[in-house]
Ligand binder design. Structure first.
Ligand code: SDX
Length: 431
């Protein structure tokens, strides 16, 4: 334990309160306030948790000012260049990158769990064809809880691990089924011998009536997109998974809660919102009007794909996403893609605008991801489902870390009460 402390003195009291300061291996230290209420009778107040560390974690580190993102200490730029998504899944789950034999074993294990129960598939037919894929995904992933009763003892390390494997392995199958169901096409079952991203592309774009040959450049691009979205510290959806898991809820139900949270336009829903925004702007000549609206306090419009709670510098994932955008559009001879050109012009104008400069608003991971996904033939309403597919490994790794944490307590925040003070009920004739 550190001997560093902070001292708190309330103006109308002589007594001071000392609170320990605990350093991390990187990033800000924390003031341990667990004894604050007992010592002062006060809560802290931090809506949106802008200054609150909710847990200890060893998985992902972000330096928002420097635009740094590390998974288990490895820079995202190096992982995106040198690894594939399943290697990153292994890293997030186990704490280090696999060697050759570990990777072979992991890939084999994942491949053994890519199928979903035939009864689970019946859940899709309960939805309208035009149901939003995230609504379907919340339902189907939550329904997984009903299929693995015999291996859901969360105190058992092996049960936790097989739950993680099942989620990582089945998410591509379930997400692709959301798409096929929405267009009335037969489901394409996964092939165990295909790579993770290639399998997903085949389940999304394959046709039951003929063989599907995936473009390796596009497969690699999708695999990189999954890496960029795999985990991101204690964001809203990960915090949702942790809070749900702190009560002892099973991992599938917790991930379903995370999917529900990710759906919001301020979070994972932003990639879909970016595409809709670019379509609405339509032309470079309209950019000024929309930038002005984004700056107008009386206009609820925000520049989707811009800004971040933590990054006050360029989101390193956005840089990699823009590079992936170039590669994919090059491969598909779509370099004059109008939305990509519109996005780059919008970025240029916004980054020169004092409002965005002063508020340190930069493009985030969602700004370019929609353009790449659209070029990969993925419909806009599926974008956030792809984000959920990628983030499932981060959610389950963070959930597992929390369940294994000796400091685990059920999450139960308090509040600042501003309601009516105590009063007596009058009989209805006297109200
Ligand atoms: C993700 O947390 C994560 O790690 C999330 C994520 C992950 O991988 O899990 O990175 C994924 O969710 C990325 C963010 C995707 N969302 C969007 O692109 C939606 C548009 N962005 C904003 O809604 C906003 O920037 C947030 C939600 C991302 C962050 O909001 P904060 O941290 O609560 O900041 P804020 O709303 O307090 O904004 C600070 C100021 C405000 O102005 P003032 O009230 O101080 O005058 O900046 C302004 C805001 O009005 N602002 C914007 C803006 N974002 C913030 N103004 C115009 N356009 C924007 N996009």
């Amino acid at each position: 334990m550190t001997d560093k402390k902070v001292t708190l003195k309330q103006d109308d009291q002589d007594r001071v309160v000392e609170l320990p300061v605990t350093p991390g291996t990187m990033g800000p230290s924390v003031i341990d306030i667990r004894s604050l209420y007992a010592q002062t009778g006060h809560f802290t107040y931090d809506p949106g948790f802008t200054s609150t560390a909710s847990c200890t974690s060893k998985i992902t580190f972000i330096d928002g000012d420097a635009g740094v993102l590390l998974y288990r200490g490895y820079p995202i730029e190096q992982l995106a260049e040198k690894c594939d998504f399943l290697e990153v899944c292994y890293l997030l789950l186990n704490g280090d990158l696999p060697n050759g034999s570990e990777m072979k074993g992991f890939v084999t294990t994942i491949s053994q769990h890519v199928m979903v129960h035939e009864q689970l598939i019946k859940f899709y037919s309960g939805f309208r064809r035009d149901a939003h894929p995230m609504a379907v995904l919340v339902g189907v992933v939550g329904a997984l809880s009903a299929f693995y009763h015999e291996v859901m003892d969360i105190t058992c390390k092996e049960d936790r691990y097989i739950s993680a494997i099942r989620l990582i392995a089945k998410m591509p199958t379930m997400v692709a089924m959301c798409y096929k169901y929405s267009i009335g096409m037969p489901f394409i079952y996964p092939k165990r011998k295909l790579g993770y991203a290639e399998n997903f592309m085949r389940m999304m774009h394959g046709d039951a009536g003929e063989d599907y040959l995936a473009n390796p450049v596009l497969v690699r691009a999708l695999d990189r997109i999954l890496i960029l979205h795999a985990d991101h510290e204690q964001n809203a959806s990960t915090s949702t998974v942790r809070l749900a898991g702190s009560s002892g809820a099973n991992p599938y139900a917790c991930v379903a809660a995370g999917i529900a949270c990710l759906w919001g336009a301020a979070h994972g829903g932003a990639n879909e919102a970016v595409l809709n925004m670019l379509e609405e702007i339509g032309d470079v000549s309209k950019i000024g009007e929309y930038v002005a609206r984004a700056k107008d306090k009386n206009d609820p419009f925000r520049l989707m794909g811009f800004g971040h709670r933590v990054y006050k510098n360029y989101d390193p994932r956005a840089k990699l996403m823009r590079q992936t955008c170039h590669e994919v559009l090059d491969e598909l001879n779509l370099n004059d893609d109008r939305l990509f050109k519109l996005a780059m012009e919008l970025e240029r104008i916004a980054l020169e605008d004092p409002y965005f400069v002063e508020k340190k608003l930069y493009p985030n991971v969602d700004f370019y991801s929609g353009i790449v996904l659209r070029a990969l033939g993925i419909p806009t309403e599926m974008f956030t489902a792809i984000f959920a597919l990628a983030r499932s490994v981060g959610w389950i790794a963070q959930w597992d870390e929390m369940i294994s944490d000796p400091e685990l307590k059920i999450g139960r925040p308090r509040q600042l009460y501003k309601g009516v003070t105590t009063r007596d009920v009058k009989s209805i004739s006297n109200r």
